[in-house]
Design a protein around this ligand. Sequence first.
Ligand code: ADP
Length: 231
Amino acid sequence: MRMLILGSPGAGKGTQSARLLAKYDVEVIVGGNVLRDEVSRATPIGLKAKEVMTRGELMPDSIMMELMSQKVVGMGGRHFLLDGFPRTLGQAEGLDRVLGEVGKGLTLVANLDVPEEVILGRVLDRWVHMPSGRTYNLSYNPPKEAGQDDITGEPLSKRPDDNVETFAARLQSYHAQTEPLREYFDSRSSSTRGKGGGLTFVNLEGRTSDEIWPKLERAVRRRYPWLQAKA
Ligand code: ADP
């Protein structure tokens, strides 16, 4: 399983990957988390990332490739799920190249297609348990105790880029740079159709994560029929 979850900011990529993680033995690599880790360690890349993220822009492809290539190739034969990387055509081509070199190209790309009008409200209501990345939503997925992580009881916080101003810029970056990846992967999937091990692209529409989840599960089971759910 070498899978990518695509979708606009706030489409629920994190929620869906958490569900896949709970159900199957896979590892997830989250582009945004790799950057937030650099920010929290105040590395040179982290200092730059902090600014770029606050503006709702994207980090340069060269830096993303430097951070992500080793991690992805280092997965070797293990099952993995990518979330938030690649986010530009340059990154997608770079990823294809490094995976191609080791003969381990992506096998499933799922695009979460959520109407834009639902997304902003979602992001403004979003609270995060920073250490684990668990997310909550005040309207449809609230924590059991207000302001506290369900598992550790530690405090929840707002992501600094989950505000109206930055979100508008993030959506703009998405439309300009990330949305074209749908077409990119869709066309690559048709060109390999029929060759057993190739790439499948699926577009999953829905207004809520609960609506999209069964569709995602179905796509995963169809592409990886041998994959065992955890006990
Ligand atoms: P979301 O998917 O909700 O926008 P992420 O945590 O994936 O949130 O990303 C947060 C920010 O990190 C992005 O707005 C961007 O500035 C930066 N970022 C994340 N992934 C990438 C990437 N692959 N390339 C460039 N910048 C990225």
